[in-house]
Design a protein around this ligand. Structure first.
Ligand code: KG4
Ligand code: ZN
Length: 329
């Protein structure tokens, strides 16, 4: 059994976790920065990087102390090396490099998207490769065939906004706080998802991709019209995103013989999204897996777990591993 320390700092969450190769999360901490960014309606990269500098080293100490584990007992140190806001990625990766150098333990440089992609396997031991993954987060919306550790085939991506970005923009238009996804989900519970006619961009298209920019513009027009209840707009928007997910994912499933359908990333925390994708899996005769909400939004357990999977496959990195703002899977 290997013990992996993981660090995450690619956006606005500073997180540290200690995870074992046999799927135990020994200890973990996530410190968000919502209050720091709220006045700006979105994440300010410079503020985020400075907050990671202040918070991350203390979180490492807290997690090790809580677990009663010394750094010398850890088998490897994993950190997000991209993609993400470059200042924050550098803070986490350099912190991990310092720990690796001081302890003599190997470094595992983890792609944040790989963290999301492998996260369901941390909690679902039955989930084997390959699986079809809908990865929907603040920065990405992709369909991937996950064939093995380090073996991913991208089937579709968004041609404009990411799904979480669409939630955040729609929330801003509705005067809701950042991050918009959870706020829209709460408001949508009081609304009618059929009340406001909104487009479903690319639904039915022979192209495999996603598009959400037109949906955002339609929300903008619905808000400006002033004739709809905000809860109805929120519910109708959420339903439109779900319909896009279902159409695009069904198309990919029908061209794939992967036995399982998986959804991960921050938007997978949404209960309407989870329920609809679960139904799609059942309709298409596939097993279905979605991580619990805390593992969908950014966290370090998924980075430590991806680190554990890579470490087990002999994939370790040198202390010259670069921090990358862009890094497709
Ligand atoms: O995976 P994540 O935490 O960070 C990135 O890697 O981007 O995803 C954050 C995104 C945000 O856009 C947020 O609004 C969205 O996930 N999100 C949700 C929900 N919780 C988080 N979207 C819809 N419903 C939610 N419950
Ligand atoms: Zn993420």
């Amino acid at each position: 059994m290997a013990l992996i320390l993981g660090l995450e700092s690619s956006c606005d969450d500073s997180a540290v976790a200690l995870v074992t190769s046999d799927r135990q999360v020994i200890a973990q901490r996530v410190v968000g920065q919502n209050q720091a960014h709220a006045p700006f309606g979105g994440v300010v990269p410079e503020i985020a990087a400075r907050a990671h500098v202040e918070v991350l080293p203390g979180l490492v100490t807290q997690v090790l102390d809580e677990a009663g584990i010394a750094l010398a007992e850890v088998d490897a140190i994993a950190a997000t090396a991209g993609p993400g806001l470059i200042g924050g990625v550098m803070v986490g990766l350099l912190t991990a490099k310092g720990l690796a150098l001081a302890s003599g333990k190997p470094l595992v440089a983890v792609n944040h998207l790989e963290g999301h992609a492998l996260s369901p396997r941390l909690v679902d031991p039955a989930l084997g490769f390959p699986y079809l993954l809908l990865l929907a987060s603040g920065g990405h919306c992709q369909l991937l065939e996950v064939r093995g550790v380090g073996d991913y085939r991208r089937l579709a991506t968004t041609i404009d906004d990411a799904a979480g970005e669409a939630f955040d923009k729609a929330a801003k238009l509705l005067g809701l706080p950042y991050p918009g996804g959870p706020a829209i989900e709460v408001l949508a519970r009081q609304g009618d998802p059929t009340a406001v006619p909104l487009p479903r961009p690319l639904v039915g298209s022979p192209e495999p991709h996603f598009s959400f920019a037109g949906l955002k513009s339609a929300v903008q027009r619905a808000v400006a019209a002033g004739s709809h209840r905000p809860a109805d707009i929120a519910a109708s928007f959420q339903q439109a995103v779900v319909d896009c997910f279902i159409d695009r994912t069904r198309r990919a499933l029908q061209a794939s013989d992967a036995p399982s359908l998986v959804v991960a990333g921050g938007v997978a925390a949404n209960s309407a999204v989870r329920a609809a994708l679960q139904q799609l899996g059942a309709d298409e005769g596939r097993a279905f897996s979605v991580p619990p909400g805390w593992l969908c939004t950014d966290n370090a357990a998924m980075i430590a777990w991806a680190g554990a999977e890579r470490f087990a496959a002999g994939l370790i990195d040198g202390l010259d591993a670069p921090a990358r703002a862009r890094w497709p899977l």
